[in-house]
Design a protein. Structure first.
Length: 323
């Protein structure tokens, strides 16, 4: 075990993958000598050289498409998208080509591409550089979608993604880069691809992902002071979604609040609510609540951005409204 930052965990996972497998190639904008826009490839260019850590033109459609071709010819490319918002630029490559290729080849051809995309609000990047991208990609068969909310998962999930024979999108959060935590570096013990209870409770189930997990934990602390014991679940893996841990929790608590840094319409929270109501209808005592972004683009203004992103107080208020 060692204590490092979320950013350092991402670097470490890539360093170990590059050292372990010559087929692993990193590609992205400014990831070479510059070390990446958020320093998530720092030192790797100097250690592994320009053929393994490749700076690309500012053309996501081109280098994501190139990554697919490389994967089909034996490489294991790891793509860095500077902002998750830029998945929109190469969306056709991701969801119509990479995600569907194994299926269209009758299961005979794998596409081992890992796409790292950094998103999220709270750091004043405005409407076009602050989306997490979760709801864009979670509905497409053929993709796995990982949402690491801790340094431990940032490391383990990225290692797991690079080893996976199928395409994986790893959504990282800009606001968590300096977050510190312990990581387990035993590559033979990957975490299960399922949600995880990070705080037990008996009165309400809070389900969150990425940066919202920390806010849900802080809300649980505030609620405990008022006599409400909240169980917090880190969603972790959006696709394939394993709902059983959430359903088990809701069956015990009788109440559900989902917290996501996405707009309410079409968000993954609605899917969680639907599955919980279908499987645990007789156990749910209160209408489920979704705490989300408002239905407008992320503002640049610090005050307005802070008002838009789900806060600890908004989560607390949502739970208190149920009780």
């Amino acid at each position: 075990m060692s204590t490092i930052t979320y950013r350092e965990a991402i670097v470490r996972a890539q360093r170990e993958a590059l050292a372990a497998d010559p087929r692993v190639i990193l590609m992205g904008e400014d990831i070479g000598a510059a070390g990446g826009p958020f320093k998530t490839t720092e030192g790797l260019f100097e250690e592994f050289g320009p053929l393994r850590v490749r700076d690309t033109p500012i053309s996501e459609n081109a280098f994501v498409g190139a990554a697919m071709g490389m994967a089909l010819t034996g490489y294991r490319p790891v793509i860095e998208l500077m902002f998750a918002d830029f998945m929109g630029v190469c969306f056709d490559q991701i969801v119509n080509s990479i995600a569907k290729h194994r299926f269209m080849c009758g299961g005979k051809v794998a596409v081992p591409v890992t796409i790292r995309a950094m998103g999220g609000g709270g750091v004043r990047f405005g409407a076009q550089h602050s989306q997490t991208g979760e709801t864009w990609v979670y509905q497409f068969p053929g993709l796995k979608v990982f949402c690491p909310a801790s340094p431990a998962d940032a490391y383990l999930m990225l290692r797991q993604a690079i080893d996976d024979p199928d395409p994986v999108i790893v959504l990282e959060h800009k606001a968590m880069m300096a977050m510190k935590g312990e990581i387990q570096t035993d590559a033979g013990r990957w975490p299960a691809q399922r949600p995880q209870v990070v705080r037990p409770g008996r009165d309400v189930t809070l389900v969150a992902s990425l940066a919202m997990v920390r806010r849900a934990m802080a809300a649980a602390d505030a609620l405990a002071a008022q006599g409400i014991q909240a169980e917090v679940i880190d969603l972790r893996v959006l696709r394939p979604l394993v709902a059983e841990p959430i359903i088990d929790s809701v069956t015990r608590t009788g109440a559900l609040v989902v917290v996501e840094e996405n707009h309410e319409s079409g968000g993954w929270g609605a899917e969680i609510v639907a599955r919980a109501l279908t499987a645990a209808f007789d156990y749910i005592d209160k209408p489920p609540v979704r705490v989300t972004l408002p239905d407008w683009p992320m503002p640049y203004s610090p005050a307005l951005e802070d008002a838009a992103v789900p806060s600890v107080q908004k989560i607390v208020d949502a739970v208190l409204a149920q009780h």
